[in-house]
Design a protein around this ligand. Sequence first.
Ligand code: AOF
Ligand code: ZN
Length: 379
Amino acid sequence: MTLPTSDEIFMHRALQLARHGEGLASPNPMVGAVLVRGGRILGEAFHKQFGGAHAEQMLIQDMRARKIQMAGATLYLNLEPCVEYSGKKTPACTRALLDSKILRVVVACTDPNPKVSGRGINALRKAGIQVEVGCLKDEAEKLNEKFFTWMRTGRPFVCMKVAMSLDGKIAAKTGDSKWITSETSRAWVHELRDTYDAILVGIGTVAKDNPQLAGKKREPKRIILDSMLRISPKAKVLRDSNVILVTTTRAPRNKIQYFQKRGIVCKIFHQRPTRGKAKRIPRQEGATFKISIPPLLRFLAQQGVSSVLVEGGSEVFGSFIDKKMVDRFYWFIAPKIIGGRNAKPAIGGEGVLKVARSLQLKNWSVHEMGTDLLIEASI
Ligand code: AOF
Ligand code: ZN
C-alpha cells in the first residue's frame, strides 16, 4: 500500500466538501475548494447552490472577511476553475484567482463544459500560476458523473429504479403494487430522489398509483410520458407546475391548452397517423403511442435536466432498455412471489431475440436493505 501524498490528502478534502452540494448545486457540478499554506489549511468552501457563488468565489470572500492573504498559497479544486462565457450566471473564478496572488493550483480534472474546458487552466498558467492537473481524477469524475454525462453526451445521466418481486413482477394482475419492497427501501428511494434533477414515469403508473413522486428534502421535477394526455387534472404529480408532460400530436388540443394555461410545459412529439383501424378511430379509448427515448433525452438535456431517475412502469423501463440508455440501475428484489401470467413483468418493451444480445451489466454489487436485496449496476 502506498501512502497518499499531501496533494491527495487535500484533494480528498476538496472532494468531501464538494459533496455537501449534492442535489443543491445541480445541474452545476459539485465543487469543493481547499486553500493551504505551509501544510496548514487556511480556508475551505464549496458550491452550495445552483446560480449561487462558485466554490472559489466563496473561498475568496471568506478569506477577505477573515483578512487572510492568499499570496503564496496552494489551492485544491476538484474541477478546473471557470472562465467568462455568454449566458454565464456568476463572475469567472479564474479572473478572481488571478487577482489573489496565489502560487499554485491543483486541479483534479478539466471541466467537460466545452465553454470552459482547458481555458481555465491555460489562463492561470499564462499568468504564471503553477497548475497541476489529474490529482484524484477518477474520484473527481465519478463524483460529478451526472454533470460529465450531461456535458459529454448531450443527454441526462439516466438511472433506473426497479422494485420487483422474486418472480420479476412489479404488480399483481389487478395492477395492485402496494407495496412490493420494505419501508426501509422506500424511504431510501425518497432520499435517492433528492440527488436527481427529475423523476420520470409513464401515464400508466400515474393513473394506477396516483404517486406523489416527492423527494425527502426537495421537490424534484416530474416528467410524465403521456402520449394521449390521459392524465387527471387532479393527479398528485400536478400539485405544482414543476412538471413536464411529454405527449404527442395525437393528444386532444384542448387538453394541451388546458395544461399549458396551468403553466405546465407540454412537450409535443410528432406522431404520424397509424395505418388501418387506428387511423379511422384516431382517439380510441386507451390508445397509446410510444415516445421515442433519444429525442426525449436530448430535449430534457436542453431544458437543463442533467439527471433523470426512471421509476416505471414496465413499458417505460422497456423503452429505455431497448435503447440501452441507462447509466445506472438500482434494482430491488423483494422476498415475495406474486405469480400469474398476466401480472406485470418488470421490463416490457421489445426485448432481444437472442440471449447473446441481452444488455450486459457491469460493476454489479449486491446489498441488503430492509427485507429486500438491492442490486446496483451500470452498463
Ligand atoms: C467552478 N467552480 O463551483 C462551479 C463551476 O452559470 P454559472 O456562472 O454558475 O457557471 C456554471 C458553469 O461553471 C458550469 O457549467 C461549470 O462549467 C462551471 N462550474 N466552476 O470553477 C464551481 N460550480
Ligand atoms: Zn467558477
